[in-house]
Design a protein around this ligand. Structure first.
Ligand code: GLU
Ligand code: MG
Length: 464
């Protein structure tokens, strides 16, 4: 379970007692320190760590960290907004003890995601986990809805001895091929063991399309837990790979051409235990609300890409006919539209029905991405938006005008323009976070000005 309550100075009710007990248990299991993790606006996971014995103090008073990271770029340069990016001020990081896990592949360490509040005890408007918790709480209050989500994770296994930070795949063999499974079998078995030890419900791990590429998928959870999991799973993959002398890249693209790494989101909405994506009168069993929710997402997709595909390297991945979903269209089980309606297998009774959102990568801050996606869907649901007709086949092959009208932004600059014009998303994020998104994206654009595609890929290859 996820803790939905905001942190408070002195600790959320019961947290200090819980942390005191936990630190004893952790010490008995040989855990010396706890990693406190959050994701910044640029999509980089930033951490502080505390000795296990300080966990109760962290639960009571938080751990200090500058708000400047809200306007850090992926390469660690800093940009500014009206209120962010200054060297002044401090925030308090509060662990969500309900999500604390002992890290199987990093002996001696535990891990917990954090929310950030101000020294005065107020919500920090730049805290993306707080933003997602608020979106989820509002959806429950205003619409009686809950959500389940999962983030698919794709990555490249690379050799760590390649010169000049080049990308050299750590395995040979065909896409989805048994050769790769054999060559990296010891590493991926350890990954499965680590996930199991950490209580992660892995559905599949398999060799993917691009050289060196693999994918892992995990079971759906509440959106905050799903975002936490996407961070934790990546920490685990990296740690396991390191033990096998390998390097990993979650970057949207490792080179200027070819298939990239996606972070497809699976999302479903529920009311009173019933999924809106099954058992309805609409297309493929969607309820009227599910159709409108999907229509809302479709309408906001150009602006959403500034959040879900936030790196200049994201646009090396977002190309037609690479299964990255670059057209604002939907279809059942189609891999080229941005939105894919998944009905699940006969016999599952609709429990597995959900919507897959493809133009999302792992440079995205998962809290921000899930919060923005749910906001867009709810906008459609609340206004009874009408879902247009389904698309089948590859939209890239449609006649010119029909194809171009639906093409999602082809650059980060286009995505930022769409985001700035989207008042629904900006209002939901609030001015501080919305301005941080704009400033950070513009900073990334400036950082790669004049670079060709291969250099853009190289600039971000090992950052995510
Ligand atoms: N690698 C593709 C992407 O960048 C996704 C492949 C798949 O459908 O799993 O989104
Ligand atoms: Mg995949």
């Amino acid at each position: 379970m996820t803790t939905l309550a905001d942190p408070v100075p002195g600790g959320r009710p019961g947290d200090v007692e819980r942390a005191t007990a936990l630190s004893g248990e952790l010490a008995a299991r040989g855990v010396h320190g706890v990693v406190l993790a959050y994701v910044d606006t640029a999509g980089i996971t930033r951490v502080k760590t505390v000795p296990t014995a300080r966990l109760a103090s962290a639960a009571a008073w938080g751990v200090g960290m500058s708000p400047v990271f809200d306007t850090f770029l992926a390469q660690d340069a800093v940009v500014t907004t009206d209120v962010l990016g200054s060297p002044d001020g401090d925030l308090r990081l509060y662990p969500d003890l309900a999500r604390l896990v002992v890290l199987a592949a990093q002996p001696g360490w535990a891990w917990a995601p954090v929310d950030r509040i101000t020294q005065e005890g107020e919500r920090h408007p730049g805290c993306t986990r707080t933003f997602l918790r608020r979106v989820v709480a509002d959806a429950a209050d205003r619409h009686g809805l809950t959500f389940k989500a999962a983030v698919e994770i794709e990555w490249m296994f690379a050799r760590s001895d390649a010169p000049d930070d080049a990308f050299v795949p750590a395995t040979t063999g065909p896409a989805y091929g048994a050769v790769r499974q054999v060559e990296l079998g010891a590493c991926t078995a350890e990954l499965l063991a680590a996930c199991a030890a950490q209580g992660i419900d892995v559905e599949q791990v398999h060799p993917e399309y691009a050289p060196g590429q693999f994918e892992i998928s995990v079971g759906a959870a509440d959106p905050v837990a799903a975002a936490d999991l996407s961070v934790l799973v990546r920490q685990t993959i990296r740690a396991v790979a390191l033990r096998h002398g390998l390097r990993v890249s979650f970057a949207p693209a490792v080179s200027g051409r070819g298939v990239g790494n996606g972070g497809h989101v699976h999302l479903s909405a529920w009311r009173d235990g019933a999924g809106l994506y099954a058992g309805g009168e609409g297309r493929y069993g969607m309820t009227a609300e599910a159709e409108s929710f999907t229509a809302g997402l479709l309408a906001h997709l150009p602006a959403l890409t500034a959040v879900t595909a936030p790196s200049p390297a994201s646009y090396l991945r977002l190309r037609p006919s690479q299964w990255a979903g670059v057209f604002a269209a939907w279809g059942r089980e189609t891999r080229e539209t941005a939105l894919r309606v998944v009905t699940g297998t006969a016999g599952l009774g609709g429990r597995a029905a959900n919507l897959e959102i493809k133009p999302v990568d792992l440079a995205a801050n998962p809290y921000l991405a899930l919060g923005a996606l749910i906001t867009a869907g709810l906008d459609g649901l609340a206004s009874g938006a009408v879902l247009p007709g389904e698309t089948t086949g590859d939209p890239a092959l449609a006649p010119g005008a029909a194809r171009d009208a639906r093409r999602l932004p082809v650059s980060l600059a286009q995505a930022v323009d769409a985001f700035r014009a989207d008042e629904v998303l900006r209002a939901a994020l609030g001015p501080v976070l919305a301005d941080a998104v704009t400033a950070v994206r513009r900073g990334e654009i400036d950082a790669v000005d004049g670079l060709d595609d291969d250099r853009v890929a190289a600039a971000y290859r090992w950052r995510y």
